[in-house]
Design a protein around this ligand. Structure first.
Ligand code: GAP
Length: 515
């Protein structure tokens, strides 16, 4: 029986909690809105995703190096970057429910609804006309589809114009005119729209405010920009080259939504690639391609991804695209690739009064490099991994299993070692096998319950190999290895376990697809 997208998403969230992937923060105090903790299964999966990204940047590319800048930065950094003046969301309150929403998201949801209506019309027509159905023509001519499409176009243009010209009244008028209601109260009784800055502030010393006021970084990228010359000189990098960084970022997301999709404290993995002015669009296209390759290497279905080119460019960008993933709640941004021109380096030069130029030995010329940025949220990537890979399967014998078909290189546990019974020397042999494997692979000794139940528990967390130690193992020095995906079982000599596991879970399996 298939379940709705909404039910599936609820299942993902419940699964994350039940199997120790992700918990609400401070849960015994009823949690903290949009803040989450990773559990014992979540953290190795998150670490593996981070490692895959990190190695794909710093090992696969000989011209990318890493840094780890502090979360606290000089307050002027955020003035220079434009975050103090411009990093805000347009918020609107419903006077009846007292709930606050992002006005742009209300309109985006409205667009999604019109889009879903078009999709429904197309599906109905396709069933009606069968093989002779010409979808393109139908979309271009059917009056109902055209009506929905016109609504989408108008909503998108109001949003674009309203945001670009800071005309918040125009956006509110559209919300009221289209009777876009609050999902809680069902009314259209809205306040005016106001801009809210998303940065959290604290202070450096005991005194409040003023010069001591600090911001928690809302993106990791600025730590790279301010270190550009330090890294370029000490690592002796020549343009084109990149600097990669992973780390926490903080945003006061007033509207917490969709589990770890939109968090107040989250982790970013960002890479700034510094290039000669005039070559940036070529590099932008290369990074678009290379980042998509990275995603597909994990075995994610290509149709679950799409590029979304930005119509509205940030003031510092001359090209920008999102890689969107089809989450159960629709296609949403997973990663951004931006051609940021020389905006950031120039602004830091201006605000710090320090010269930030690169001397190009080939051109014998100094210039401010242009930058291509790739930026992905680790938590969103984690959510994508769960949504893509969590499956309910019906087996040949009619039983069902829940399995996390995550790529073996990313799986939180690589091998579960299972003594058939807890006596007769089998736990001791299981321990010996554990000792042979655990320094290279995350292993787990599974002792409780029937083997069938133990398999189900390991399937649910995505363990690629289950290794059963039985009485025969004491004589033949071999064990039964069961494969997560095929569920096939075969006898394997204990001495062969290490190469067998390595052949499937080594991170290089993923990385070699990128070369
Ligand atoms: N330096 C560029 C930058 O920060 P962004 O589009 O604001 O760009 C990049 O963020 C990525 O960070 C997003 O594609 C998303 O994956 C992740 N991200 C942004 N805000 C987030 C949030 N509140 N919670 C979780 N992930 C977030």
């Amino acid at each position: 029986m298939s379940i709705s997208n909404e039910e599936f998403f609820k299942k993902v969230v419940a699964h994350c909690k039940e199997y120790g992937f992700v918990f609400p923060s401070s849960e015994i105090y009823d949690g903290l809105s949009a803040v989450y903790d990773y559990g014992s299964r979540g953290i190795p999966l998150k670490n593996n995703l981070r490692q895959y990204w990190w190695q794909s940047m710093t090992r696969v590319h000989k011209n990318i190096v890493g840094i780890d800048a502090a979360i606290f930065m000089h307050p002027r950094v955020w003035k220079a970057s434009g975050h103090v003046d411009g990093f805000s969301d347009p918020m609107i309150d419903n006077k009846d429910s007292k709930k606050r929403y992002r006005a742009d998201q209300l309109i985006e949801d409205y667009i999604d609804k019109q889009d879903a209506k078009i999709q429904k019309e197309v599906e109905k027509a396709s069933m009606r006309f069968g093989d002779s159905f010409d979808e393109k023509k139908y979309r271009e001519t059917n009056p109902r589809v055209l009506e929905y499409q016109a609504k989408i176009d108008r909503a998108a243009s109001v949003l674009k114009e309203g945001l670009e010209n800071d005309n918040l009244k125009m956006i509110k008028d559209f919300i009221v005119e289209q009777n876009i209601v609050c999902p809680i109260s069902g009314t259209c009784n809205w306040t005016d729209i106001r801009q809210f800055n998303l940065m959290y502030s604290t202070q450096m010393n005991a005194t409040d405010g003023g010069e001591d006021a600090l911001f928690l970084r809302p993106e990791t990228a600025q730590g790279i920009f301010v270190n550009f010359l330090n890294v370029q000189k000490t690592a002796r990098m020549k343009i084109p080259f990149g600097i990669a960084q992973t780390g926490k970022a903080f945003r006061n997301e007033i509207v917490a939504r969709q589990f770890i999709m939109r968090m107040k404290e989250f982790e970013q993995m960002e890479m700034q690639f510094f290039v000669r002015p005039g070559t940036e669009i070529e590099w932008y296209n290369q990074w678009k391609e290379s980042r998509m390759k990275w995603h597909l290497a994990m075995g994610i279905k290509p149709e679950h991804y799409r590029f979304h080119e930005h119509d509205k460019l940030a003031h510092y960008a001359n090209a920008a695209v999102d890689i969107e993933y089809q989450f159960p709640f629709g296609f949403k941004e997973l990663e951004g690739i931006h051609s940021r021109t020389d905006f950031d380096l120039s602004r830091h030069q201006e605000f710090s009064g320090k010269k930030i130029k690169y001397h190009d030995p080939e051109l014998n010329e100094s210039y401010t490099p242009y930058v291509i940025e790739t930026s992905i949220g680790l938590d969103r990537l984690f959510l994508m991994t769960m949504c893509e890979n969590l499956k309910d399967e019906t087996l040949d014998n009619g039983e069902t299993r829940t399995v996390l078909c995550v790529h073996p290189s990313l799986a939180p546990v690589k091998a579960a070692i299972m003594p058939l019974v807890n006596k007769d020397g089998l736990p001791e042999l299981a321990d010996e096998i554990y000792k042979k494997l655990h320094l290279d692979f995350d292993c787990f000794i599974e002792e409780k319950d029937s083997i069938g139940k133990r398999y189900r528990r390991q399937d649910a967390i995505g363990t690629p190999f289950c290794i059963t130690v039985d009485h025969e193992s004491l004589n033949d020095n071999a064990v039964t290895v069961r494969d997560r995906d095929t569920m096939e079982q075969k006898r394997v000599a204990i001495a062969e376990l290490h190469p067998l596991i390595s052949s499937k879970v080594n991170m290089n399996i993923l990385l070699s697809k990128l070369d």
